[in-house]
Write a protein that binds this ligand. Sequence first.
Ligand code: HXC
Length: 516
Amino acid sequence: MAIEDSLEYLGQLKERALLGGGQRRIDAQHERGKLTARERIQALLDPGSFEELDALAVHLEDDANGDAERFYGDAVVTGWGRIDGRSVGVFAQDFTVAGGSLGEVVGEKIAKAMDLATKTGIPMIGLNDSGGARIQEGVGSLAGYGDIFLRNVRASGVIPQLSVILGPCAGGAVYSPALTDFIFMVEGTSQMFLTGPDVIQSVTGEVATFEELGGAQSHASKSGVAHFAVEGEDEVLEEVRRLLSFLPSNNMDEPPTVDTGDPTDRRMDDVLSVLPAEASNPYDVRDIIERLVDNGDFMEVHEFFAQNITVGLARIGGHSVGVVANQPLFLAGVLDIDSSRKAARFVRFCDAFNIPIVTLVDVPGFLPGVSQEYGGIISHGAKLVFAYAEATVPKVTVILRKAFGGAYDAMGSKHLGADVNYAWAGAAVAVMAGSQAVNIINRRELQAAEDQDAERARLVAEYETELEHPYIAAAKGYIDDVIDPRDTRSKVASALEVLRHKSEVVPPKKHGSIPL
Ligand code: HXC
């Protein structure tokens, strides 16, 4: 074919690829308030940076059967581009072609794009909008998913993998995202479920709408499957760009440094006003995080799930940090099954991607209860201990108000390998609070006392003076210093600076056996 003829033919094929499943289905996609795959890629990437792969890939067997429509590029658009000038790999499932379902061609295209991202060390972003395995292609579809899962797992801890759910995603279309590091969902237009409402009703009799079953709020608050729930597609893609700004391109790289203009020696002048006068009253730990980090810029992860712990990304001195903080606003900041899982996962992510961990402790302990015990709090709490102990990135911990019991150990204590540990003057570090302790260690005195309330108050005061303060821990070196809360930012920044080139050698092993 002459070059001119070939170029003309190419133009025709590309035009067909651009149309995906056709104008009627594109219109239907827009009517649902959804963008097309290509429009999403344009919105996500730096303008003009997208390079497409396999736009001409097509399922050749369709023609042999003679009864199927040929869709060039099939149901996914793949390639690479840039975000804030940094290269990323991307795929966007095209719901206009067979509901974005995954057959052999789609599986091969996604696998190829993932291979490229993994071998070049760039983040991989998946924009998901798919009805799952393409039913007509049978085991070929299942094989396609298996190939993607393998790559998700092999790339885990090597490159950041981000999944955005932008439509109804079913079956295999949710398992690949579940293997990635972060899942973003859009309020109202995206759902995730293994089996849809009809199947569930026929099997268990339970009735739930698509949204109740697998909507953004359900997964962001109840199951914890989604890390972010955002209103609007443009907004969610903007959040993806924001998250990437905190992350390195791969595990051999450092996160980008940003000139934030916020001096590290800035005093946190009004931080004391955040703490309530009564030590057991709640406050929002985000008010402390925002004073601690550069310009108050904190990207909270899992904001609506296990709200008794707050985790997220920020910068101190222009360098990315992962923040883990007990949240007294919910359940007094206690550690339970969900908060342990949430924090453990976040700590491991930070450790895999060279992001130092700053832990802010205000914890009354692990949550007592039959349902917690039956639910396996022992194993789930152990995940958090495991994650902190395993992490070799710089770890800086500040006890704000209290650290009681096993939770003292679990929350980034010196004993689990934290590098620098501070406690605010006024913090309580003990096995338990005095109000509980006296019931156990002073039971006989309390029973014998004429005025039990007065005796209790006396014993609690005595306990607080003798045992419930940070100075015993400081005397033993478990806490490196007791600090003025207003100096927290400069102290933490200085610790992170000295730890910048920390290297910690662990004995060689294949991997640990975290209590999953
Ligand atoms: C082939 C599919 C498809 C699928 C949708 N379509 N899902 N084609 N295989 N899995 C097609 C439809 O036939 C339709 O084609 C177009 O996509 C749009 O679908 P609609 O049903 O019209 O759209 P909507 O009403 O929005 O519903 C979307 C949906 C629904 C909720 C995703 O289509 C659905 O429930 N699909 C099946 C989901 C499912 O059970 N998937 C298999 C999971 S098993 P036309 O030609 O009309 O545009 C699985 C195993 C993997 O994934 C295991 C790995 C571990």
